[in-house]
Design a protein around this ligand. Sequence first.
Ligand code: AQP
Length: 343
Amino acid sequence: MSETTNKGFTPRIFSGIQPSGGLTLGNYLGALKRFAALQGDQAETIYCIVDLHAITVWQEPAILKARIREAAAAFMASGVDPAQSILFNQSQVSAHAELAWLFNTVARVGWMYRMTQFKDKAGKNSENASLGLLAYPALMAADILAYQATAVPVGEDQKQHLELTRDIAAKFNHDYGVNHFPITEPLIEGVATRVMSLRDGSKKMSKSDPSDASRINLTDDADTIAQKIRKARTDADPLPGSTDGLKDRPEARNLVNIYAALSDQTPDQVLARFEGQGFGAFKPALAEVAVEALSPITKRMSEYMNDPAEIDRILGDGSMRAAAVATPILEQTKDIMGLLRSR
Ligand code: AQP
């Protein structure tokens, strides 16, 4: 691969979330909270509800539309300001799908088959998975590179897809002898880059997990949050004084990390306070912190959801601003590839 640097590219942050279910505490801590925090830094921030990704597995049309609006409400309730950032849904900006096709000709089939998310989601019957589920990472590369984004804040689970985006950018630049796409940096930071299921410490908390008890939804009320935390799987031992003592205790480590992320502390600070105490004491304290952090978000979300026309207006406006950035980059890409443009 040729040497490529990000010198000369405008610092730009892009990230997205699928409206494939109600958003969870994992999406909040791994993504939304950080999206909001990154605004106003030196980089432009562009945030997207990736509805074209969501349809790689079946979505009921009537429910999908509501989920797109609900995701927009969650972004704004978490602090993403549509005046400071570009906020839109992917299917309203056709550059994403067009660039994804161009990248389908750059990416190799073998790269796609290696993706663990494809293996997990396609399961044993992968012949019957949609072609879109296999090609998903090429669309994700297009999402990012349509804006020549230099950095992408994501949770740990998206690391492999980000590496594939970098491979596509590098191969494109090398094959066509250009420095057209940046080699995007993943921003995987903090203690909550991989929030785990409340029912199984070896599984990621996920909006499409069949068990609602496995996750905290951003729409859950205070009683539901407290009840889910009370029933969360743990072990019988008291909490240790430092994170070294959590090594072989995935469920305990997960709850301590959630507490730390919600209260902006380090896990060691949390353990210094709870050392020697059991989950009978820790869980109610965690529930309190979770309700305190999430209930203002839930309240703001429902206020936004009361005005769907305003959400649609914001997404429409964001789409036009996003297209204004992406369209010239797409056109340059076509020129580089030798595709004729005569209008
Ligand atoms: N459990 C998690 N911990 C930390 N970060 C997480 N993210 C998702 N789950 C966790 C981050 O949220 C962003 C959006 O993810 P996505 O909606 O594109 O898809 P996903 O990663 O596949 O999330 P889900 O909730 O598991 O969705 P489904 O169930 O539809 O597959 C990403 O930055 C992700 O890292």
